[in-house]
Design a protein around this ligand. Structure first.
Ligand SMILES: Nc1ncnc2c1ncn2[C@@H]1O[C@H](COP(=O)(O)OP(=O)(O)OP(=O)(O)O)[C@@H](O)[C@H]1O
Length: 198
C-alpha cells in the first residue's frame, strides 16, 4: 500500500484514528516527512507522510459496487466504500471477480427470495448488483460449460458469515437443480439436509 507523493497542503486525506480506525481531514502543513492534518472531527494529528492516504473527493455518494473502480485502492478507501454501502444495506461488493460480504446482523429476506434467484439465473457477471447468487451462477455455468468440477472459496474470520453465505450458495445451486427429487423432496431440501447432518 504505497503512499503517492502528491500529498500537499490542502489535500484531503485519511489518517489513522485510535477509535474510528481512519478519519478524514485536510493537510494544513508539511515539514520534512511530518504531515499535520486537521481532521473532520476537530482534532489535529501529526503523522509521518507514509501514514497519510489521499481521499477520493469525487467518489459517488453511494460508493462503488466494484472496488476496482475506486480511485485509491488503499485500506481507508476500501473500508469507507464498504461502510457507505453497508449503511444502504448493500452488504455485497465486488473486487473484480471476488465478492466481499459484510455481515448485516439482520435478516434481509428480499435479498434471497425466489424472485432474486430467478434474476441471477444466467445473468452476465456484473450485470446485476453484487450478490452471492451471481458467484454461484458463474461457478455453476463454468462447471457445465467446461465439464469440470468447480469450487467456491468462502473465507473470513469467526462470525463473519461464512456459514450463512454457504447456505445461500447451496440454496441457489439447489434451486438451479430445481426438479423434484426422490421421496418427493426437492433437490434444495436434499442438499440442505445433507449439510445439516452431523
Ligand atoms: N447474510 C446474512 N444475513 C443475515 N444474517 C447473517 C448473514 N451472515 C451472517 N449473519 C448473522 O451472523 C451470524 C454469524 O454468521 P455465521 O455463523 O455464518 O458466521 P461464520 O463465519 O460461519 O462463523 P464461524 O467461523 O464462527 O462458524 C449468523 O448466525 C447470522 O445471525
Amino acid at each position: 500500500m504505497g503512499t503517492p507523493a502528491n500529498i500537499i497542503v490542502g489535500s484531503h486525506v485519511w489518517v489513522e484514528d485510535p477509535t474510528l480506525a481512519w478519519i478524514d481531514g485536510e493537510v494544513v502543513s508539511i515539514k520534512n516527512n511530518e504531515v499535520h492534518v486537521q481532521t473532520s472531527n476537530g482534532k489535529k494529528v501529526n503523522t509521518d507522510r507514509s501514514k497519510v492516504f489521499p481521499k477520493d473527493m469525487e467518489a459517488p455518494p453511494g460508493g462503488v459496487d466494484d472496488m476496482t473502480r475506486l480511485s485509491y485502492l488503499h485500506e481507508p478507501g476500501v473500508l469507507q466504500n464498504l461502510a457507505t454501502r453497508y449503511e444502504l444495506n448493500e452488504i455485497y461488493t465486488y473486487t473484480g471477480s471476488i465478492l466481499i460480504a459484510v455481515n448485516p446482523f439482520q435478516r434481509l429476506l428480499h435479498l434471497y427470495d425466489t424472485h432474486m434467484m430467478e434474476q441471477y439465473k444466467g445473468a452476465d457477471f456484473g450485470e446485476l448488483s453484487p450478490h452471492v447468487f451471481a458467484i454461484a451462477d458463474v461457478a455453476y455455468r463454468e462447471m457445465i460449460n467446461e465439464g469440470k468440477n468447480n469450487s467456491i472459496l468462502v473465507s473470513g474470520e469467526s462470525g463473519a458469515g461464512k456459514t450463512e453465505t454457504t447456505k445461500m450458495l447451496m440454496r441457489y445451486l439447489a434451486h438451479l437443480g430445481g426438479r423434484s427429487g426422490v421421496e418427493g423432496r426437492t433437490v434444495e431440501q436434499q442438499v440442505l439436509s445433507v449439510k445439516s447432518s452431523p
